[in-house]
Structures are given as C-alpha cells and as structure tokens.
Design a protein around this ligand. Structure first.
Ligand code: SAH
Length: 213
C-alpha cells in the first residue's frame, strides 16, 4: 500500500472508530503523520498504531489522538495546554483548532525535534517548553483546555488549578493495578470543584514527575 492509500484507509478507520466531529476530522486529514515518525518507520506512518520515537516513548495511535481531540471540544478562541509533546503529532492536530497551544516535553531531544517539525509544518501558534509538565505552566494559566498525553496516577491537582472555570481536561489515569491500562477521563472544572466522566481505556507511557535524571 502506498502512503496515500494508507492515509485514505486511516481516515476510514478513524470514522469507523467514532471520530465524527468535522473540524477534528479535517485537522487529522491535514496532518502528514509521516513527518512525525522516525524515518525508518515512515512506511508504517498511516497504520493505526502507536510507534516508538526513542527514549522508550511513542507517537500516539491516530484513533486515540482523534478521540481525545474530539473529547476536548476545542474552540478556535481557546488557549490550550498539552503535557507530553512527544513527536508533536497530537500538537499538530490541536494547533489549527485553537488560538494558541502551549506544549511541554521533558526529553530535550524530543522537544527539539518537535520544535523543528512545527517550524517545517508552519505551525506558528505553538509555544514549546522543555521540562516537567506535571506542574503545568503557571505563567500562562488559566487554560480553557488541557490535554495530558501520558498516564497520571490521579487527576493532577496542579493542572486542575490551571484550568479555567468551565474548562475541560482530558487525561489518562492509571489506578495502580496495571499501569498500562488506564481510564481516559474528561474532567470539567466547575465553580465547586470538578466533574469527571469516563471515556474508555487507553495505553499511554507514564507521566513522570520531576526533572529528568
Ligand atoms: N502526544 C505525543 C505522545 C507522546 S508520549 C505524540 O503525539 O507523539 C508521552 C510523552 O510525554 C513522552 O514524550 C514523554 O517524554 C512525555 N512526558 C512524560 N512525563 C512528562 C512530564 N512530567 N512532563 C513533560 N513531558 C512528559
């Protein structure tokens, strides 16, 4: 299968998997995933699977990116925070859907590569930071939306604090029994606290707190 055929096939799989928001679908169609995977894996770029990107990290499965982006209900005036830039693939789907995306990655090499890709893809509304994203980005808070693309142990309280009232956070949470099996949560911040909905199960690499060893 050529990359173009793979790309068309993937769009069908996303639709079948439940991505039915027209803006999200258009954003997914516009991104060249092959620009975000290591060269050696280019021919697998449009398979609906996560792929290794080095440092034991992965570029997310396209269906997961589609469903999480959809669950986030992003509007084009919104300020969005992403924890776990990784390859930059999820960021490149989100950026065209919002006003500005702030994204944090703890591995310098992944962070630099993602920055380079954003420049190449002319994604000019992304602000990047290298460091521990589990504390959020206080100077830029509040955010209307927050997406965490690594698995937390619980809904991170510091990120809830940086969510605007009425804002939404999508975060995978592992409850400890099996850290590879996580519940994907949609958390809405209200005047009184938070409301939580469970959206399904995901498999992300863990959110690692603290600076890199
Ligand atoms: N959204 C990415 C998926 C990346 S996998 C994509 O589309 O490719 C999760 C990423 O989160 C990894 O790159 C990992 O290094 C990063 N990460 C884990 N803990 C982190 C933390 N505390 N702060 C910032 N990044 C973190």
């Amino acid at each position: 299968m050529s990359l173009d055929e793979g790309r068309a096939q993937l769009i069908l799989e996303l639709r079948r998997g439940g991505v039915d928001d027209a803006r999200v679908m258009a954003a997914m169609e516009n991104v060249s995933r092959e620009a975000f995977v290591p060269d050696a894996l280019r021919e697998k770029a449009y398979e609906n699977i996560a792929l290794p990107i080095g440092h034991h990290q992965t570029i997310s499965q396209p269906l997961t990116v589609g469903l999480m982006t959809q669950a986030l209900q992003v509007g084009d005036r919104m300020k969005v925070l992403e924890i776990g830039t990784g390859s930059g693939y999820q960021s490149s789907v989100l950026a065209p859907l919002c006003r500005r995306l702030y994204t944090i990655e703890r591995f310098r090499e992944l962070f630099e590569l993602a920055e380079q890709r954003f420049a190449e893809q002319r994604l000019t509304n992304i602000t990047t930071r290298c460091g521990d994203g589990s504390h959020g980005w206080k100077e830029q808070a509040p955010f209307e939306r927050i997406i965490v693309t690594a698995a937390a142990h619980d809904v991170p309280p510091l990120l809830v604090e940086q969510l605007a009232i009425g804002g939404i956070m999508v975060v995978p949470v592992s409850d400890g029994r099996d850290e590879h099996d996580q519940r994907l949560l949609r958390v809405t911040r209200t005047d009184e606290g938070i409301e939580t909905e469970e959206l399904g199960h995901t498999r992300f690499v863990p959110l690692v707190e603290g600076d890199r060893p």
